[in-house]
Design a protein around this ligand. Structure first.
Ligand SMILES: [Zn+2]
Length: 291
């Protein structure tokens, strides 16, 4: 089990005192701090990166030069995660008995990478300037040089709106990133469940359309065990060629419930089927901030 709070704290400790003003073009502040060099080489498709560490503690991080720049940056920061967190990497040739362990290490390093690439304070300040939208995601993605889904997940996670970003293929929900406000309201999106009927995303897949939006999607379409009577805004995109579908959901202004919804059913303590949310909010502040 990945201790998300611990990972995010370690990433932020690692970043303390570093000059982050140019990380959009240059990750050397991070690379130097772990006594590493960054190199690129041609790797086979699907391989993103690896690290060679010498006995003297210096390392070389190698990323796949055939991948897009944003992906290379993410891989470099993921590898830094392996070094700082001292988590072994086993990107391939994984024996079946270590599968769960490997997954945890990789998830932890992905969280670490998201923290490094989208520093919380600065990223949140940018998110707070506008209401959630794909335009905002595109703008921040260009600024932070990150992938669309990593950026959108972090937008949803750090915004003060009750907001969620859902990634899907053409039939099933893969992951949902929710803001602290939405979590506090007990809005729960079931991972691995079918894209819900009545959602904009479902309609796009059905009609093979690429984008759509609605400002009155009944929230019980998306959230499990919720009362009716609240409407959500849903923006959705569908990319048939990549088998990817995305939805950005939020409550506008004061249109959502004020109090946590009592859903009566047992929820797992950690959700999202092992894929931890790319959240920027530490848990202790979450508890004290809202109320
Ligand atoms: Zn890894």
């Amino acid at each position: 089990m990945v201790d998300e709070l611990d990972i995010r704290n370690k990433a932020r400790q690692f970043m303390v005192g570093l000059d982050l003003s140019r990380i959009d073009t240059n990750l050397s502040v991070y690379i130097q701090k772990v006594k590493a060099k960054l190199k690129t080489e041609e790797m086979s498709e699907g391989d993103s990166g690896y690290t060679l560490t010498k006995r003297d503690g210096t390392s070389t991080i190698i990323v796949n030069e055939l991948e897009r720049r944003e992906r290379q940056r993410f891989s470099a920061c993921h590898e830094i995660g392996h070094i700082v967190l001292d988590l072994s990497s086993n990107h391939k040739e994984t024996p079946p008995w270590s599968y769960a362990k490997r997954e945890d290490n990789e998830i932890a390093c992905d969280m670490f990478a998201a923290e490094l690439l989208m520093p919380y304070e600065q990223f949140k300040a940018d998110v707070d300037k506008a209401e959630p939208s794909f335009e905002l995601v595109e703008r921040l993605r260009a600024k932070y040089v990150t992938s669309f889904s990593a950026t959108a997940s972090r937008v949803a996670a750090v915004t003060d709106y009750p907001c969620a970003f859902v990634t899907m293929n053409s039939s099933v929900i893969r992951h949902a990133s929710r803001s602290a406000t939405l979590r506090t309201l007990n809005a729960w999106i079931v991972p691995k469940s079918p894209i819900p009927g009545g959602s904009v995303a479902h309609q796009l897949v059905k009609d093979s359309e690429r984008s759509g939006e609605s400002s009155d999607v009944s929230q019980d379409v998306w959230f499990q065990d919720w009362p009716q009577g609240y409407d959500l805004i849903e923006l959705a995109k569908h990319y048939p060629e990549y088998d990817e579908t995305f939805a950005l959901l939020w409550f506008d202004g004061d249109s959502g419930p004020e109090e946590p919804v009592n859903t009566f059913s047992a929820k797992p303590l950690e959700d999202d089927g092992g894929l931890k949310e790319l959240d920027g909010v530490l848990q202790f502040s979450k508890r004290t901030k809202r109320r």
